[in-house]
Ligand binder design. Structure first.
Ligand code: BEZ
Ligand code: FE
Length: 294
C-alpha cells in the first residue's frame, strides 16, 4: 500500500492524501470542486514556499477581510473583484450570442427598490453637476425593438459618490431610476455626467492594492440592469472612453463594446427644453441588445 493510500502525509503526496480523504463525499460537485481547489492551492504553496510568518500574514489578511464585512460592506466580493474573479465568473455565466450586448459586474451599490420614473425624467435630484441626456433603444438580436423592457439605472454623481455612500448629503434615490420602454423600445432620461471613483479602499483590499502599486479607481460609468419577458437579464455598464482610468479599471469591468460616446453638445434651445442650467450638455446614446432566453 502506498503512503497516500494509508493517509500518511508527505510533501510529495500532499494532494493525493487530502483529496483521497474526500472519497466518500455525498455531493459529487463538491467533491470535484474540492479536488481542483486543493490541487491548485497545494501547487501554489509548493511554488511559493511561504515562510510560516508569510502564511500567518495571509491568514490574518483573510481574517481582516472577514471582519470588514457587514450588512453594507462585502470585502470578500471586493477581493474577488480586484482579483478579476468576479469578471471571470460573469464571463462564464453570461456567454452571449453574437450581436447581444455584453455584461459586466453588478457592484455593491445597486438598490433593489429604486423609484419607477417616466421617460425623460431627471434622475439627478439635487441638480449638482454637468447636465446629461442619455438615450437609446432596447433591441433583440434581429434589431427589433423590445416592448415593456424594464431598465434599472444607477450612477455616481459628479464627485464620484453614490447616494447610499452619502446619506444625508445626497437625496435618497439620487441618480437612480427604473424605466419601462414602449413599443418603440426607446428609453431616455436626464442625469449628470458621472465621475470616476475609488472602490471602497479603507480596508484590507485597499491596503493590498496600494502594496501592489495599484490605484483603486473605476472609470466613470452608468450601471444598467435590463429585463424583458423572454429575454436573458442583462447586467451591464456604459463607460466614458475619455476617462483617465478607462484602461485600468480596478475591477476589470471595462469591455470595448461598452464604451459609449459622451458628446458635449452646445444647443441652447434643446438645453432650455430639457430645463438644463447651461446652454450646453452632455449627450450619450447607447442601444442595448438582449439575448433570447434559451
Ligand atoms: C461599482 O461599479 O459600483 C463597483 C463595482 C465593483 C466594486 C466596487 C464598486
Ligand atoms: Fe459603479
Amino acid at each position: 500500500m502506498e503512503a497516500h493510500e494509508k493517509g500518511y502525509f508527505t510533501e510529495e503526496n500532499s494532494i493525493e492524501v487530502v483529496t483521497g480523504r474526500n472519497a466518500k463525499a455525498r455531493d459529487e460537485r463538491l467533491k470535484s470542486i474540492m479536488e481542483v481547489v486543493t490541487r491548485k492551492l497545494h501547487e501554489a504553496v509548493k511554488e511559493i514556499e511561504p515562510s510560516e510568518k508569510e502564511w500567518f500574514d495571509a491568514i490574518m489578511f483573510l481574517t481582516d477581510t472577514g471582519h470588514m464585512c457587514n450588512e453594507w460592506r462585502q470585502e470578500f466580493i471586493l477581493l474577488s473583484d480586484v482579483l478579476g474573479v468576479s469578471m471571470l465568473v460573469d464571463a462564464i455565466n453570461n456567454r452571449k450570442p453574437s450581436g447581444a450586448s455584453e455584461s459586466t459586474v453588478l457592484g455593491p451599490f445597486h438598490v433593489a427598490d429604486a423609484p419607477v420614473r417616466h421617460m425623460g425624467d431627471n434622475i439627478c435630484l439635487d441638480h449638482k453637476g454637468e447636465d446629461m441626456v442619455v438615450s437609446g433603444r432596447i433591441l433583440d438580436t434581429e434589431g427589433n425593438p423590445i416592448d415593456e423592457a424594464v431598465i434599472d439605472v444607477w450612477q455616481a454623481n459628479d464627485e464620484g459618490f453614490y447616494d447610499v455612500q452619502q446619506k444625508g448629503i445626497q437625496p435618497d434615490f439620487n441618480l437612480r431610476g427604473v424605466f419601462r420602454t414602449g413599443r418603440d423600445g426607446r428609453y431616455w432620461f436626464r442625469a449628470v455626467k458621472p465621475k470616476y471613483y475609488p472602490i471602497p479602499d479603507d480596508g484590507p483590499v485597499g491596503k493590498m492594492l496600494s502594496a501592489l502599486g495599484r490605484h483603486p479607481h473605476r472609470p466613470a460609468h452608468l450601471h444598467y440592469i435590463i429585463k424583458a419577458d423572454g429575454f436573458e437579464t442583462l447586467t451591464t455598464h456604459i463607460f466614458d472612453p475619455d476617462d483617465p482610468y478607462i484602461d485600468s479599471d480596478a475591477v476589470f469591468g471595462v469591455k470595448e463594446s461598452l464604451l459609449a460616446e459622451f458628446r458635449r453638445t452646445e444647443d441652447a434651445a434643446r438645453a432650455k427644453e430639457y430645463d438644463f442650467k447651461q446652454a450646453w450638455f452632455w449627450e450619450v446614446e447607447h442601444d442595448f441588445v438582449l439575448a433570447r432566453e434559451a
